[in-house]
Design a protein around this ligand. Sequence first.
Ligand code: SF4
Length: 370
Amino acid sequence: MIGLRVLKESITSLTKEDLTAWMKERGETAFRSNQVLDWVWKKRVSSFDAMSNLSEPLREKLVEAFDARVLTHVETQGSKDTTRKILYKLRDGRYVESVLIPANPALYGERSDRMTLCVSSQVGCAFGCKFCASGLAGFTRNLTAGEITEQILQTEELTGEKINNLVFMGMGEPMANLDNLLKGVEVITSDWGLGIGARRLTISTSGVVPGIQRLADFPKQVRLAISLHGATNETRSKIMPVNKKWDVSELFKALNYWNEHKKQRITLEYILIKDVNDNLDEAKVLASRAKEINAKVNLIPYNTVEGLEWERPSETHCRRFEKELVNRGVFTTLRFEKGHDIDAACGQLRLKKETSDGLIEEAPMKIKSS
Ligand code: SF4
């Protein structure tokens, strides 16, 4: 059974330090680890056999110890010029999805070269936010660092696009998998790896306070987004169980700590759900919270999720909510475009995928704009 098979580590999980230590244990120099990293991240070969400047015995040792690739492309949905959703199969038969989001010219100008990938960090999620099907399906497992970094590597190969912006807002709570995530960030931001600047990485959380504090102490200038979705304990606790563990005041203490340690402005993500969190009094509290930490607010009209009862407020009401914030001096964005709103909150949906033998497997999120 595949689930019982002991899986090898993936080469795409390793930092330069890890690989150099591995080489050293086998009597090899750091130069060899540089060569391997060059093959993996620059020349992008998908097998150790292709690493032609390594000796055969070393290649054999690498094959024995590591898998060269751990994601298999299953399908890509979406048109060439817009958001594309890419489904990958993991070695244990689970699925993970990444979402490629080209810059919206209306927001970034015709010449914007921003190419964002929304990356997943877990299979499923244990946090159970009421509006999110990833949460409803429960938690399966953390992704390894390699399963995180390969989403970028393979998406670039599949689409021919150069990804220069990352949001960790796919399936899962990134802060609940912080060890693997930070290892992945090391690979992603290093010159020997994917070479994407730390400032181009946004890590999202539903409000895991210890994770925010740890990330604030992390030396790279990554960005932080909070899936807030409620400015008061009353509202937030209704839709986000995480609020019972770390309430709004504890969360904002951690965000103030973040501001003391990082130069990056925090983003508060706020999905507007009809009659749940879209009251204009809530907007006033949200405005004062945002101002307290000098955060910008990203409003996302709710996207209908099959099987969930929540509804999107009318466009007029969304604009009214936005105005309450803007009038109080809060930098606010409100987006209605299809597809683009998926860059604004962590995992939203899971789809069921029918296999050739008729079984129904769980596969991650299909975003449906209402
Ligand atoms: S919104 Fe994020 S943290 Fe909440 S259940 Fe979904 S994936 Fe998990």
